[in-house]
Write a protein that binds this ligand. Structure first.
Ligand code: HMH
Length: 197
């Protein structure tokens, strides 16, 4: 099944992950800076975990998927440098311990190392598509958060997500279970930031 079909098959969890109260609060400016900072530090950890997962996936990916995965790896390395700059500006400690949702998401990525490539590519597409659509719902973003909302909704990111869709569809992705599992991990990640507020 085409991976895009998954969004239509699971509308409720999809809405929970992409129209989350965290994002509404980023849009209207009601999100406390502390909650945002907590989230930012945890997301930097997640990106580091994702980079390692994606590197392992690239190593076993079929030839046609290699270019999009390699391009994504470079983008993730740049993203980590960007997180480091943001953390320095905001006075955040990126070595803070992982909160439970971050640790659970890292475990999910580790488990995906032994999943078939179509399942792992479906997971990666879901990770990035959820993130893109989530930040899109936060547009244009309150002034305090606008730079972040714009950063994660640039056309280049949307193009990357489209490339992952093509790669996942080419190998027969579209598994419901992994989609639901990743979307639940995304919801838990947004929840975590609000619980810490
Ligand atoms: C929680 N999901 C989360 N963080 C991210 N940075 C992405 C997806 C996209 O890389």
């Amino acid at each position: 099944m085409p991976v895009a079909e998954l969004l239509r098959r699971h509308p409720e969890i999809w809405r929970a992950a992409t129209a989350h109260p965290f994002l509404t609060a980023v849009r209207d400016g009601s999100l406390p800076a502390g909650a945002f900072d907590t989230w930012l530090v945890q997301d930097a950890r997640f990106v580091a975990d994702l980079l390692r997962f994606q590197a392992r996936l690239l190593a076993r990916a079929p030839r046609p998927a290699q270019a999009v995965l390699a391009g994504g790896l470079v983008a993730l390395v740049e993203e980590l440098a960007w997180f480091e700059e943001q953390a320095a500006t905001r006075g955040l400690d990126l070595t803070a311990p992982a909160l439970p949702a971050t640790a659970a998401y890292a475990e999910l990525l580790d488990r995906l190392d032994t999943a078939d490539v179509p399942v792992a590519l479906t997971a990666l597409w879901t990770i990035e598509r959820t993130y893109l659509d989530a930040w899109t719902t936060a547009l244009p973003g309150a002034p305090a958060y606008r730079e972040f909302v714009e950063h994660w909704t640039v056309p280049g990111f949307a193009g990357y997500v489209a490339g992952l869709e093509t790669a996942a569809d080419a190998v027969g992705g579209g598994q419901d279970d992994v989609f639901a599992e990743v979307v639940a991990a995304e919801v838990a990640f947004w929840d975590m930031a609000l619980e810490q507020a």
